[in-house]
Design a protein around this ligand. Structure first.
Ligand code: GDP
Ligand code: IMO
Ligand code: MG
Length: 425
């Protein structure tokens, strides 16, 4: 039976999903996003150029492959227009090969205001969202008040006005009235018109037809498993299911049609925004990871919090997603370290646990295993046989702990800095 493959992040996002999607796209006919929205920032580098994609799938640079924005995505038409126009200006016209689900929900200007208002109301307990209106848009979807892309084709003005009035009344109730969306609304309406240039489709039919025809499909996740609304570090999460099951609901793909699940990990760990992060480092080592890894948000520019790899959380992510192959990114960032640490258990109230607990409270302390660093510049390596022994040992250790093979190793941001490992079938 023909199946679709899913690629997703196993940590708190920014693992390098965009780069890997671009690298794998030549093996597929179609690439599709299934959840999230412009809270994502997926970076690709090739031919000395760097692109950051937010709503548009990362398969658009390899030939003229069709890319699909699925029903599980939330779309901001103004940001989408800016993104697509910038790509068009750099020679990548997408109107004929980017399809958008009519069932994807629209992020309205007032959703962004609501995002800010919700954060302000939470005060010190704020989530540290990207401010893109993600939470309020998914809230409207689930409470059956949302606007969908398909709505722009019929009687849209009334639907928009009703939704906006609803938001305004919520904001008034929150005493949050000091905002002005005049300019944002104008750009948004331009974005709505711009959307009509694209193929707006029932993407579940399209995708299932492709599956029947034997076509190969790669599903691109956004955010990461630790930001999943059900299984992540709730409430410090995003508002969608970032896990593999999200590809089923976000595209209309049946569970028995899921093939390989590629789990993307950094060789260490980062997080942006608030919330628990047991292996976070507040010392010079953390600064070194941040500087060497250029760990600043691709959307917000915020400094990413850095720490060692967390195998307790990763085992959980492997389980929830049914990961079949791992892809390890940014191993070059560890090239200079004498010693590398990996969290193999948590200590909670004096007790050692090796499973992911209900809550990652401040009481959760990492228990580390130390491994020797490889102290070798790996950035220009091209094949597995060049790997230093200490690096192979790190890989063996991770594979043993996670019980999943590492198929690809990334040694730099460029498309070319990618090494596929030989795995016996
Ligand atoms: P995504 O959201 O998962 O697509 O990841 P981001 O693009 O937000 O963040 C990953 C960052 O790491 C980007 O700046 C990439 O260019 C960069 N990157 C990806 N792979 C590597 C790698 O192997 N080494 C280094 N040094 N940088 C990488
Ligand atoms: P990619 O796809 C890293 C984080 C935010 C915040 C929380 C909720 O590039 O990996 P939201 O705006 O979604 O309501 O914010 O989730 N967050 C991300 N962190 N990478 C992302 O996407 C993220 N998208 C959201 O920082 O903590
Ligand atoms: Mg990112």
């Amino acid at each position: 039976m023909n199946k679709v493959d899913v690629l997703l992040g196993l940590q708190w996002g920014d693992e390098g999903k965009g780069k890997v999607i671009d690298v794998l796209t030549p093996d597929y006919d179609v690439v599709t996003r299934f959840q999230g929205g412009p809270n994502a920032g997926h970076t690709l580098e090739f031919d000395g150029q760097k692109y950051v994609l937010r709503s548009i799938p990362s398969g658009i640079f390899q030939g003229d492959k069709v890319n699909v924005i699925g029903n599980g995505v939330v779309l901001d038409p103004a940001l989408f227009k800016a993104e697509a126009e910038a790509l068009s200006a750099s020679g990548h016209d997408l109107t004929q090969r980017l399809y958008i689900s009519k069932k994807a929900h629209l992020i309205m200007p007032t959703h962004r205001v609501l995002d800010a208002a919700n954060e302000a109301a939470k005060g010190a307990a704020k989530v540290g969202t990207t401010g893109k209106g993600i939470g309020p848009t998914y809230t409207d979807k689930v409470s059956r008040n949302g606007l969908r892309v398909g709505d722009i084709l019929h009687g849209f003005e009334q639907k928009y006005a009703a939704a906006k009035a609803r938001h305004e009344s919520i904001l008034k109730g929150m005493n949050y009235t000091d905002y002005d969306i005049t300019q944002a609304e104008k750009e948004w309406m331009d974005g709505i018109e711009y959307l009509k240039r694209f193929k707006l489709i029932d993407s579940e039919h399209y995708i299932n037809q492709l599956i029947e025809e034997g076509k190969s499909i790669l599903c691109e996740g956004a955010q990461g498993t630790m930001l999943d609304v059900d299984f992540g570090s709730y409430p410090f999460v995003t508002s969608s299911n970032t896990i593999c099951a999200g590809a089923c609901t976000g595209l209309g793909v049946a569970p028995n049609r899921i093939g390989d699940v590629y789990g993307i990990i950094k060789a260490y760990c980062t997080r942006v925004g608030s919330g628990p992060f047991p292996t976070e480092l507040f010392d010079a080592t953390g600064d070194a990871l941040c500087n060497k890894g250029h760990e600043f948000g691709s959307v917000t520019g915020r400094k990413r919090r850095c720490g060692w790899i967390d195998l307790v959380a990763l085992k959980y992510a492997v389980m929830i997603n049914g990961v079949t192959k791992l892809i390890m990114m940014k191993s070059d960032v560890l090239d200079d370290f004498d010693t590398i640490k990996a969290c193999v258990a948590y200590e909670v109230d004096g007790e050692t646990i090796d499973y992911f607990p209900y809550e990652l409270s401040d009481k959760v302390k990492p228990v580390y295993k130390e491994l020797p660093g490889w102290k070798t510049d790996m950035t220009s390596m091209k094949k597995e046989s060049e790997f230093p022994q200490a690096f192979n040992d790190y890989i063996d250790f991770l594979e043993d702990e996670l019980n999943v093979p590492i198929k690809i190793v990334s040694v730099g941001p460029d498309r070319e800095q990618t090494i596929v490992r030989y795995l016996p079938e």
